[in-house]
Design a protein around this ligand. Structure first.
Ligand code: NAI
Length: 461
């Protein structure tokens, strides 16, 4: 049996970033990955999708995708070649709360701290026909070498909307079938509606408030307002959410019980909640093994404790179901390693920006107007439009709006919702202001380069 400071299961954005950060801070890390380093995001998610968004034709996208992915994967492999990191290209499973066995080699590792960062995979619909060859998740759609003439997308969430936008641009005839009344349930309803209307104008057909019943060959059958409707498609994309990857981890051996939705329940520091201490019995987390040192010096940490019985087990990223976003996973990993090192950070996980890479983009940080109303939080709403922005006009990107919500008196910024070209970058600026507790006045008094799209922020009414 071998021993190490930190075992990480999964080398996606959460796992590999945590490994590199921990190694740079002197921890000995063993990271398990049985597929590709980089995880879903790099190999079959964010990066290939963005390559599609930024390719003019389907053919170009198909050709560029493997080149971009391979280049980035090579970069991650280089990062993981740090002398403090051992990359084990095998499947990991718990033997007990501090011990992991590699499969198929049977090699056993003990770690003072263990991070589960196994991500998520597409949740397929339990309807007849969902297992057919012409039906799949975004992974299968990204593997197609021929453009589907007719594409039917089930689910108008983030994945559904991004693929609808990009495949319509490539020339597919796109139909979206969504259960709810509006797309993108997590986005400000004003912005979600504008985005849907714009995509409709471009030729995408939306069936809202429609429940899919079955798939029969190339026919998708669903019900809308009590009527049976059918759509013909060459490929059917199921984009109705993702589920945590926990299969084969043998979490029971570590005393971890899954939440009803299949995720690993964690506390505010992403420490896994254990079976014997489940919420019903008093809500405790796996025993603290922290800190090993107390300073943010990058110096070598103290050696492993002799008693490994109560290793600290954490779950970061999609597998804990908190925020299914690559950047959330990365920051959670950094936070966990900081806890292990005894470094106190001030990462504000509630200030979590997100973007939808449609054309144009939509992005947000903080609560929507509807959520603020529901919470009973007093707020003011300030808007501006791209059509009044010089750079947007010059770029011929006049479709777009900004909505900033702030506290009524002090003007402290609460949230930003943007729809339009480079919305993600614009929201990123507001994220910095919100994180620092700044006001709308401070944002307005910050000099903005002219002409830029970010001037839309200081142009709000
Ligand atoms: P999602 O949860 O965003 O959306 C799923 C949609 O499917 C919902 O609108 C839901 O009402 C609908 N739906 C569910 N069952 C249905 C049915 N039977 N018939 C019709 N519609 C149905 O899930 P999605 O888009 O699959 O994404 C999964 C996760 O990946 C999300 O957490 C998302 O945030 C993340 N992601 C983030 C990206 C980004 O940040 N740009 C890109 C891609 C994924």
């Amino acid at each position: 049996m071998k021993e190490t400071d930190l075992i990480i299961i999964g080398a996606g954005p959460g796992g590999y970033k945590a490994a590199v950060y921990a190694a740079k801070h002197g921890l000995k890390v063993v990271i398990f990955e049985d597929v590709n380093v980089g995880g879903t995001c790099l190999n079959v998610g964010c990066i290939p999708t963005k390559t599609y968004v930024h390719s003019a034709t389907f053919g170009e996208a198909v050709e560029r995708q493997p080149q971009v992915v391979e280049a980035l994967r090579g970069g991650v492999e280089t990062l993981l070649s740090h002398p403090n990191i051992t990359l084990v290209r095998e499947k990991a499973k718990f033997i007990d709360a501090g011990t992991i066995e590699a499969s198929p080699s049977g090699e056993v590792w003990r770690g003072a701290n263990i991070i589960v960062a196994t991500g998520s995979s597409a949740k397929m619909l339990p309807i007849p026909g969902a297992d057919r060859q012409n039906v799949g998740s975004s992974t299968e759609l990204l593997a197609l070498k021929e453009l589907p003439k007719r594409l039917c997308i089930i689910g108008a969430g983030v994945i559904g909307m991004e693929f609808a936008s990009v495949f319509q641009k490539f020339g597919s005839e796109v139909t979206v079938v969504e259960y709810l009344k509006e797309c993108l349930p997590m986005v400000d309803s004003d912005i979600a509606k504008r985005l849907r209307k714009l995509l409709e104008k471009r030729g995408i057909t939306f069936y809202m408030g429609a429940g899919v019943k079955s798939i029969d060959g190339s026919t998708v059958l669903f019900e809308q307002k009590g009527k049976e409707v059918s759509v013909e498609a060459d490929f059917i994309l199921i984009a109705t959410g993702r589920k945590a990857n926990t299969e084969g981890l043998n979490l029971e051996a570590a005393g971890i019980a899954l939440a009803p939705n299949g995720t690993i329940p964690v506390d505010e520091h992403f420490k896994a909640k254990t079976l014997s201490n489940s919420p019903l019995k008093g809500e405790k987390t796996s025993e603290e093994n922290l800190p090993l040192t107390g300073e943010d010096t990058g110096q070598k940490v103290s050696p492993l404790r002799g008693d490994l019985e109560g290793s600290s087990i954490f779950a970061i990223g999609d597998v804990n179901g908190r925020q299914m976003l690559a950047h959330a996973a990365e920051m959670q990993g950094i936070h966990v390693v900081n806890r292990i090192l005894g470094i106190e950070d001030k990462i504000r996980f509630e200030v979590m920006p997100a973007a939808i890479f449609t054309e144009p983009e939509a992005a947000c940080v903080g609560p929507t107007e509807d959520q603020l109303k529901e919470q009973g939080t007093p707020f003011e709403c300030h808007k501006s439009f791209y059509r009044a922005n010089g750079k947007a006009l010059a770029m011929n990107e006049t479709e777009g709006m900004v909505k900033l919500c702030c506290e009524p008196e002090e003007g402290k910024l609460l949230s930003a919702h943007v729809f339009g070209a480079h919305a993600a970058d614009i929201v990123q600026e507001v994220t910095a202001f919100i994180t620092l507790g700044a006001t709308l006045r401070q944002l307005r008094e910050t000099v903005h380069i002219h002409p830029t799209l970010s001037e839309v922020l200081i142009e709000v009414n």
